[in-house]
Write a protein that binds this ligand. Sequence first.
Ligand code: NAP
Length: 251
Amino acid sequence: MAQLNGTLIITGAGRGIGAATAKLAALRGYAVAVNYVANDAAAKGVVDWIAAQGGRAIAVRGDVSQEADVTRMFDQAQAAFGPVSALVNNAGVPGRIGRVEQLDLAVLKRTFDVNVFAAFLCAREFVRRVSTKNGGAGGAMVNVSSMAAKTGSPNELVHYAAAKAALETFNYGLASEVATEGIRVNCVSCGLIETDIHAEAGDASRLQRYATRMPMQRAGKPEEVANAILWFLSPEASYVTGATLPVAGGR
Ligand code: NAP
């Protein structure tokens, strides 16, 4: 296990990109709060894996679009491991694949709740606790976006694409706002990554269908995104803030 690296909260870390990031972060010495919303077994699997490697992690169930859950998540992480120093706003939902004319208002609202409002709520709590202006020790944050923010994802996920575009503007604006307060804020823009999210959107086969259209002609692994996130969090990225890095096989 590497040198101790501080307390990291990763939202939506029970599965997919968040889970891969939690495992890599633990191997790099972070104590990790593994947030998730419903799948207890998956989150427990991540925490058990980390413990088996000699790392430190807790599972924190909570819906990050809810203010009270966000505050509790930070309190639990801090009580377990000490002051929070890093945050990955990874939790996201795609809504259902379909055209805008078919879109259900509840799906639209949920998409913005989890992809945008949750990131605001978590970032707000992070800045309150971590900004040097507020007496904190500083830290780093990474937001997890999608190349859909650029493509618009017509005929499929325009609602999701628009939410991720909002997240990227949030990333840039917040980074400038806290740039002199010891906090760096960056973003990864993922391409097609092999996770459950495609099935959740209603079409598991889109992963294979679109993969060959990417310049690298394959989908990415969650671990390949985790590497980029961990770099943003590390001191190696000390002069990088407000950036959005595509991790998208050439897109
Ligand atoms: P995933 O495999 O579907 O996993 C999503 C995770 O988020 C799960 O752990 C889930 O918890 C959690 N979650 C969902 N809603 C939540 C909420 N309200 N509060 C707390 N946790 C919540 O997703 P993924 O593919 O790894 O996606 C991770 C991020 O990458 C998302 O922001 C997504 O938009 C983005 N992204 C993914 C791709 C891709 O191709 N996979 C491409 C571009 C961007 P449970 O396990 O409890 O259900």
